[in-house]
Design a protein. Structure first.
Length: 344
């Protein structure tokens, strides 16, 4: 191997190592946990034969995605405890819903490491879809209808009706607090109390009937492919809840990316608050209920669903950061200000 080529590979490896090590710590001064995770991470990469020119690497805050283009396999390797649970969630969805949707085939799920060494890592493999990511400018009413129509299959298959409260819906996400520092939790509690106060003001009934189903959970255009049929990836946030959460996220995220080429979280949440306050997506919402008439009952509690959607989106946005980042506090403070304005 030429010397300059070897040097380039070494630089790339050092940059990769530095990036993933930043996302390993579960708490401050988690030195040994980081060391043991790093060693195990390298062992996993060697085990799956990912050190070759046929592989593309995508490093996120929580997960490393490795695409083996020769084998047509996608690997997901967790970088922290939160990512361990998300990879399992994605894999579980693929196993259960392959017969209903055009999604990757689940291949394997591995648990490795030790809780005593604080280096437990989950990694999975799935088939690579030979499709192209859909592009935001190309999404029109027909594309939107086709996306919702495809998802309607799993929506109908998993629907159920329950009596719930808004507080109960928001409390479902309390288990995610274990991945958040205390100052985030304190601010989320303020936001949750403000939402409950608003809902008490706009609704006479604390308990209401709602139709739930399994959702994609992170339905943005970046998780949708076309070949020429619609295909879906990345189900790490899938859960049983309001199907409207998929609808709202898809529409608001798409609108935000069409407004700004590289939007900030502040711009996204500004659009979410505008959506809560104004009925500016009435046509799309009516189209959604037209394709999913069994969920039409939820329309009467749409304002409540909107606030619950905001709270869920906020928590998952925070988990795109590690505990030492400063931006989450800025996001939370701005959301506290906005939600208090809505309460007046």
């Amino acid at each position: 191997m030429p010397l300059h080529s070897l040097f380039k590979k070494m630089i790339k490896f050092i940059q990769y190592s530095y990036t993933i090590i930043k996302y390993f710590p579960e708490y401050r001064f988690d030195i040994f946990g980081v060391l043991f995770k790093y060693i195990l991470h390298l062992i996993i990469i060697i085990r799956i034969n990912a050190i070759n020119s046929d592989c593309d690497y995508y490093v996120g805050t929580n997960v490393v995605v490795i695409v083996n283009n020769r084998m047509n396999i996608v690997y997901r390797i967790a970088l922290n405890a939160y990512a361990n649970s998300r990879i399992c969630n994605n894999y579980d969805f693929l196993l259960k819903n392959r017969k209903y949707l055009l999604i990757p085939n689940a291949i394997n799920l591995f648990h490795t490491g030790s809780k005593y060494l604080n280096n437990k890592i989950v990694f999975s493999s799935e088939s690579k879809l030979r499709s192209k990511l859909i592009e935001a400018p190309n999404i029109n009413n027909e594309t939107f209808a086709e996306i919702i129509n495809q998802l309607s299959i799993i929506y109908e298959h998993n629907q159920n009706t329950s009596l719930v409260t808004a507080d109960l819906i928001m409390n479902k996400y309390d288990h995610l607090f274990i991945y958040c520092p205390q100052d985030w939790i304190d601010k989320l509690s303020i936001i949750k109390n403000s939402i409950n106060n608003i809902i008490e003001y706009i609704s006479d009934d604390k308990t209401f009937s709602a139709v739930f189903t399994i959702i994609h959970g992170d339905l943005t255009y970046r998780n949708i492919l076309i070949n020429p049929k619609i295909e879906f990836i990345d189900f790490d946030r899938s859960e049983i809840t309001f199907p409207e959460f998929d609808l709202f996220l898809f529409l608001i995220d798409l609108h935000t990316y069409k407004q700004y080429q590289e939007p900030t979280y502040e711009q996204l949440f500004n659009n979410i608050f505008n959506f809560i306050k104004n009925d500016n997506m009435t046509k799309e919402i009516e189209m959604f209920y037209g394709l999913n008439n069994k969920f039409y009952e939820n329309k009467k509690i749409l304002p409540i669903i909107k606030y619950c959607f905001f709270y869920r989106t906020l928590i998952y946005t925070l988990l795109n950061f590690r505990f030492y980042a400063s931006e989450p506090v800025t996001i939370l403070n701005k959301c506290i200000y906005k939600i208090e304005q809505h309460g007046h």
